[in-house]
Design a protein around this ligand. Structure first.
Ligand code: UD1
Ligand code: CA
Length: 454
């Protein structure tokens, strides 16, 4: 498509009552504007131009390195004035598509329909609102043709009863739009240059204005305050869960799963209540996610089970693994096939070999653990000396007793056994029992202290 997208994002957003500019407010962990930019990118446009103003630095900084064009609008004199600032970035033979930075749920398919209707003149996106208060109304002649958009503040009582409203989104050939924008006057109640006035200009020039309907009011909802942001968040999440269900994922309760990023699932995945997925998460076939899990930027392979209350971040879980309940996998934790991490176990920058287990109350940091190793309850890799991190290496088939401290750097040989309660600061040889403990003694006749009388 020979289009260029203009995203209006200069408005202040006072009603957010936040220091963060409106278009940077988060929807599913990403700024509102990011959603609109992503939709624009999916349209194969020649260029995407963001009209910015309020919170300029923060907004531009967030999108640093992205192939966007920027048009500063200062001061902000209305939507028509905003599009005018972007005109130098638009090609005369293109169709300009105007999106709003605070209308994040609009679907690419809807925008494509709008563009298809704008080959020879303006196409506006409209929707029927049960309560049209605040919106521009679509005025049609008796034959049903669109003749004008009247803003709420200028509308007569009769016009205010019209429920078909302007979503603000429109598409128009640039060679028509340019002259109409240049001719705009701010002779209205708000003293602004209204983009919507181009509709009347088109009609005056004998050019037909096509109205395209949005799929739903939700799709085109504008976000002005936190209440609307919360409504949009739920709508966005409903879309995510509908797609998961459609793909065959079983959700214990679609209303209690949040996807703040991209979640890819294999077949027969089960997700229990209160799961939060962030960033890129991939779940293989037959993966089971228990209740109350928070999982971000992680891959979990076929057949693995994550029990209740686990927090997993930037980890790799191999096939048929078991995690939790109450486990924490931190960045660069890697579990190989068939391994287990049990309750109150924390793992960071460590590899747990195939079939190995750390079932209870353990910290594994900067460790490389071989296959079929048993890590006893309460084992700690002492990886930090106060200044630097050091490695613990444990060979295949080793057995680490309960309550062992492994003071890194240290290596436990293959098949070695480490006695419970040992503090191991020197390498333990393969195949042998190593134990570090003072000899047990009994002091006979010893009395417990008694409480002194006052
Ligand atoms: C606009 C439309 C109205 C429509 C409504 C839908 C006009 C005159 N009116 O009204 O018909 O029903 O949207 O929500 O277009 N912006 C700028 N620079 C400006 C002014 C606005 O970038 O000078 C941006 C805002 O950041 C926002 C968008 O344009 O993303 C819409 O601005 P807003 O002030 O909310 O428009 P409305 O008056 O609500
Ligand atoms: Ca000890």
């Amino acid at each position: 498509m020979n289009i260029s997208v203009v995203i209006l994002a200069a408005g202040k957003g006072t009603r957010m009552r936040s220091r963060l500019p409106k278009v940077l407010q988060p929807l599913a962990n990403r700024p509102l504007l990011e959603h609109v930019v992503a939709t624009a990118e999916s349209l194969d446009a020649n260029s995407i131009c963001v009209v910015y103003g309020h919170g300029a630095e923060a907004v531009q900084e967030h999108f640093a390195g992205r192939p966007l064009k920027w048009a500063l609008q200062e001061p902000q004199l209305g939507t028509g004035h905003a599009v005018q600032q972007a005109l130098p970035h638009l090609g005369a033979d293109e169709i300009a598509v105007i999106l709003y930075g605070d209308v994040p749920l609009v679907q690419a398919e809807t925008v494509r329909r709008l563009v298809s209707a704008a080959a020879d003149g303006p196409a506006i996106l409209t929707v029927v609102e049960r309560d049209p208060t605040g919106y521009g109304r679509i005025i049609r002649n008796p034959a049903g043709a669109v003749i004008e958009i009247v803003e709420e503040k200028e509308a007569s009582d009769e016009q205010r009863r019209i429920t078909e409203v302007n979503t603000g989104l429109l598409a128009c050939p640039v060679k028509l739009l340019g002259p109409w924008l240049d001719a705009l006057k701010a002779d209205n109640v708000q003293g602004e240059y209204y983009l919507t006035d181009v509709v009347a200009s088109a009609v005056a020039d004998g050019i037909k204005v096509v109205a395209v309907s949005a799929d739903s009011a939700t799709e085109v909802m504008g976000i002005n305050d936190k209440a609307q942001l919360a409504v949009a968040e739920r709508a966005y999440q409903r879309r995510q869960t509908a797609a998961l269900l459609e793909a065959g994922v079983t959700l214990a309760d679609p209303a209690r799963v949040d996807v703040r990023g991209a979640l890819a699932c294999g077949s027969d995945v089960y997700i229990d209540v209160n799961a939060v997925f962030a960033g890129d998460v991939e779940l293989g076939d037959n993966v089971h996610i228990g209740p109350n899990c928070v999982i971000s930027n992680t891959r979990i392979s076929n057949g693995s089970v994550i029990h209740a209350n686990c927090v997993i971040e930037e980890a790799l879980v191999g096939e048929n693994c078991n995690v939790g309940p109450f486990a924490r996998l931190r960045p660069h934790a890697e579990m190989k096939q068939g391994s287990r991490i049990g309750n109150f176990v924390e793992m960071k920058k460590s590899t747990l070999g195939a079939g190995s287990k750390a079932n209870h109350l353990t910290y594994l940091g900067d460790a490389t653990i071989g296959e079929n190793v048993n890590i006893g309850c309460g084992t700690i890799t002492c990886n930090y000396d106060g200044a630097n991190k050091h490695q613990t290496i444990i060979g295949d088939n080793a057995f680490i007793g309960s309550g062992v401290e492994l003071v890194a750097p240290v290596e436990i040989g293959a098949g070695a056994t480490v006695g419970a309660g040992s503090t191991i600061g020197k390498d333990a040889p393969a195949g042998e029992l190593t134990i570090e403990r003072s000899r047990q003694k009994t002091i006979s006749g010893w009395q417990r202290p008694t409480k002194k009388k006052q």
